[in-house]
Design a protein around this ligand. Sequence first.
Ligand code: ATP
Ligand code: MG
Length: 167
Amino acid sequence: MIHIYTGNGKGKTTAGIGLAVRAAGSGLKVFIGQFLKKNDCGELKILRSIKNITIEQFGLDCQIKKQFTERDKLKAEQSLLKIEGIIVGGKYDVIILDEIIVCVALGLLKKDRIIKIMKSYPAKIELIMTGRNACQSIIKYADLVSEVKERKHYFQKGLIARKGIEF
Ligand code: ATP
Ligand code: MG
């Protein structure tokens, strides 16, 4: 099954991580690929210490929402190639691609490439993709789409992202 966790509210990445922990705890093999991230976010070390979870970051030189370069684009494409290898490799039961939807929304990855993966995706593997601004054409090929809607957020009060809570 293919899941998409999108929307402008808080909880997309943490939902993916929660599913990873649940799946690993049930004996499933999990791969987590974090696009656009190359920092020591709170989940990184603890997830690495969990048997059955492999996590890799595909961070770019650019930061989220900032101007990206051709090199960033190439790196995102190379990361996707690696993901395709992991999918066909058949070693994992659950594959989580955090912020991959944002890469499409920013123009770093072509939506047609993602749709191609979704169309040929092996049914026995669970695929979870997260990130705000999922486009309709990608949503069309998903089996589950959860949209987290922001009703209130303390960022509106000027609070900045906090280690351990937002990253
Ligand atoms: P979580 O990781 O807590 O589950 P999420 O994955 O739903 O949240 P994203 O949309 O991926 O959240 O946002 C990633 C990060 O971008 C946030 O943790 C925060 O640091 C920053 N961010 C998101 N929305 C805002 C905002 N309105 N103002 C400032 N920073 C924001
Ligand atoms: Mg996120």
